[in-house]
Design a protein around this ligand. Structure first.
Ligand code: ZN
Length: 245
C-alpha cells in the first residue's frame, strides 16, 4: 500500500519541503544519509547482480512506472489488469476533472485497492507556474479532495503538468513534487514497439518512467516494458519507495 505514513514521517524527519527530480540528478543523491538509503550500496542495473554465489537472490534494481493524465474508464482498467497479472505497483498522477467523468471514481478506487500510489496532476491539467498562488492552490486542493474522498488517504505526491513547477507555492509544504527521468514521449506515437524501445534502451536503476494511461498504445507498451525489464531483473515500485527506502 502507499506508504503514506512512513513517507510523511520521513519528510518531517529530514525537514524536506520539495523533492525535485530532474534528469538523473535527483536531489536525494546529495543527501547522503537517508533512512535505509540504497545510495550506500552501488548496484549496477545488471541482471547478473541479482544473484549471489550461494544462489541467494538479492533484490533487483528498482524503477518506477508513473502514469499521467488519467484516469480513463476505457484504457486504465486494461492497464490495471496487466499490472495485477504481473504483480507490479505503479504511480498514477490523475487529473481532477477526469476523476469526475463517468465511471472513473471506480477506477481510482481500484487503483487504491490494488496498491498503486495516487498523486495529484491538478484539476484542469494546467501550468501551475502561470497561475496565482490561490489558483494554483485550488487546482491541487480540488483534486486532493476528490482522491481523498475515494481512498480515505491524504495525497502527498504532485506531478505538475508540463513539468512546470509552481513558483509561488511555498505554502504547499506537505507536498512532494515528482518529475521523471525517462520520457519516451509516448503521446507522440501509436507505435508500441517504438515506445518500448525508447524506454528499455534508456532505463537505469532508480529511474522514474513517464507514460500516459489514456492511450491504448501506451498501455500496451507499458505492459511490454514490464515484461522486458522484469526479465532483466528489475523490480517495479511506487515512486515514493525510490525516495524513502
Ligand atoms: Zn499531463
Amino acid at each position: 500500500m502507499a506508504s503514506n505514513g512512513y513517507l510523511k514521517r520521513w519528510m518531517q524527519a529530514v525537514g524536506l519541503i520539495y523533492v525535485l527530480l530532474f534528469l538523473r540528478t535527483p536531489v536525494y543523491a546529495g543527501m547522503g544519509h537517508m533512512p535505509g538509503s540504497y545510495g550506500s550500496v552501488q548496484t549496477e542495473a545488471d541482471p547478473a547482480s541479482g544473484e549471489e554465489a550461494e544462489g541467494q537472490t538479492l533484490p533487483g534494481p528498482r524503477i518506477a512506472l508513473t502514469f499521467d493524465d488519467g484516469p480513463d474508464a476505457g484504457t486504465t482498467p486494461v492497464l490495471l489488469d496487466g499490472l495485477k497479472e504481473r504483480s507490479v505497483k505503479a504511480t498514477f498522477f490523475v487529473i481532477g476533472e477526469n476523476i469526475e467523468k463517468d465511471g472513473n471514481k471506480a477506477v481510482i478506487e481500484r487503483m487504491h485497492e490494488e496498491g498503486h500510489l495516487i498523486g495529484n496532476h491538478t484539476y484542469h491539467h494546467v501550468n501551475l507556474a502561470g497561475l496565482t498562488k490561490e489558483e494554483a492552490h485550488r487546482e491541487l486542493a480540488m483534486t486532493d479532495e476528490l482522491i481523498t474522498g475515494i481512498t480515505g488517504e491524504e495525497v502527498l505526491l504532485v506531478r505538475p503538468p508540463f513539468g512546470a513547477f509552481p513558483e509561488r507555492m511555498e505554502e504547499e509544504l506537505d507536498k512532494l513534487y515528482i518529475k521523471w527521468t525517462v520520457d519516451p514521449l509516448d503521446w507522440t506515437t501509436e507505435n508500441v514497439d517504438e515506445i518500448v524501445r525508447r524506454v528499455v534502451t534508456e532505463v537505469e536503476e532508480n529511474d522514474i518512467i513517464l507514460l500516459h494511461d489514456c492511450y491504448e498504445s501506451s498501455v500496451e507498451a507499458a505492459l511490454r516494458i514490464v515484461d522486458v525489464l522484469q526479465d532483466e531483473g528489475y523490480e517495479f515500485v511506487t515512486a515514493d519507495r525510490l525516495l524513502v527506502e
